[in-house]
Design a protein around this ligand. Structure first.
Ligand code: SF4
Length: 318
């Protein structure tokens, strides 16, 4: 049986213990694909509340950051919020799993879309937390500036520094359909640049995007491999209420991927992935009533069981 390099295996190998990601959602952050600087409305599937519904975020009225924000009157509250979210999750993980080491994960919105001073303050704070081995930052390829890459590059000499870029698909026609407002050429350029700075990259891909065949999904996987990213995250496209995709679904203009096709594509993906590439996530779903379709995405445990069984049949242990 060949072991897939899961996040658990990767971190145990490098830190001799389990390392747990602590998701963070900071008030005042948005996305250039939402605030109009690139596009409005966001990606068709994006309903940001669903990223972290339990974090109780209070959005500051009328205040949202971007790269050109000069003042950030919320920085003190943002730092408090960061620390309190981290401590809360750390406590739960310590109690449940006896967790000892953590990676702070800036998850919601575009986490580098703010002035350098704000980002530096937040990242410095996260890296100062006891038992933290590093940070992982979810962002868009068009929203990260040279100054922040230089800063993260310095930190990467002693800490685990990851940037998670949404690729989603390598087909510009698909990126257009999902209102991504960026091209694969720009994403590729940014991933190459980030890796030159010695920062580890995790690529996000989605299977089941509008109009995509299995061959197209596997082409996206091949491109991520070719770019040399250190890790990959994959999930099926599922439809959440209050999104543009929900409207398309209701009008029968979008049909979600079936579980069979998803698993088959995933098994083919795992066969392509080099042994040293970390596979951080192989599915996702949502178990509350915000999920419109497909219903096989409403139970993560069942999804994982079915995927693991299919992988086992092909000689892979996830
Ligand atoms: S880039 Fe991310 S945060 Fe922005 S609209 Fe798309 S999914 Fe949402």
């Amino acid at each position: 049986m060949q072991e897939v390099l899961t996040a658990g295996r990767y971190f145990r190998k490098h830190f001799n213990c389990n390392v747990y990601k602590t998701p963070i959602s900071i008030l005042g952050f948005t996305c250039p694909n939402i605030d109009g600087s690139k596009a409005r409305g966001g990606c068709v599937f994006c309903e940001n509340e669903s990223f972290s519904p339990n974090l109780g975020i209070q959005k500051p009225k009328g205040f949202l950051l971007n790269h050109t924000s000069v003042e950030n009157p919320f920085i003190a509250s943002q730092l408090v919020q960061l620390e309190s979210q981290f401590n809360q999750t750390k406590k739960i993980l310590a109690k449940k799993f006896k967790a000892k080491k953590f990676l702070v994960y800036f998850q919601s919105f575009t986490n580098t879309y703010a002035p350098f001073k704000t980002l530096k303050a937040l990242y410095d704070k996260a890296l100062s937390f006891e038992d933290t081995i590093g940070i992982s930052i979810g962002t868009r390829a068009d929203s990260i500036e040279k100054e922040i890459l230089e800063y993260l590059s310095e930190k990467a000499k002693t800490k685990e520094i990851w940037i998670e870029y949404g690729i989603q698909s390598v087909y510009n026609e698909t990126l257009e359909k999902i209102n991504r407002a960026e091209t694969i050429e720009d994403i590729e350029k940014q991933i190459k640049l980030t890796r030159k700075y010695g920062i580890k990259v995790c690529a996000h891909l989605i299977f089941g995007l509008p109009g995509e065949t299995q061959e197209m999904m596997l082409e996206s996987v091949k491109k991520a491999i070719e770019l040399g990213v250190e890790s990959i995250k994959i999930h099926p496209l599922y439809v959440v209420k209050k999104t543009a995709l929900a409207n398309d679904f209701k009008k029968k203009q979008f049909t979600p991927i079936s579980e069979e096709e998803y698993i088959d594509t995933l098994v083919k993906t795992i066969k392509l992935i080099p042994k040293e590439m970390m596979v951080q996530r192989i599915t996702a779903g949502i178990s509350d009533d915000s999920l419109l379709s497909p219903f096989w995405c409403n139970n993560k445990h069942r999804q994982m069981y079915n995927i693991k069984e299919a992988l086992k049949k092909e000689g892979y242990e996830y």
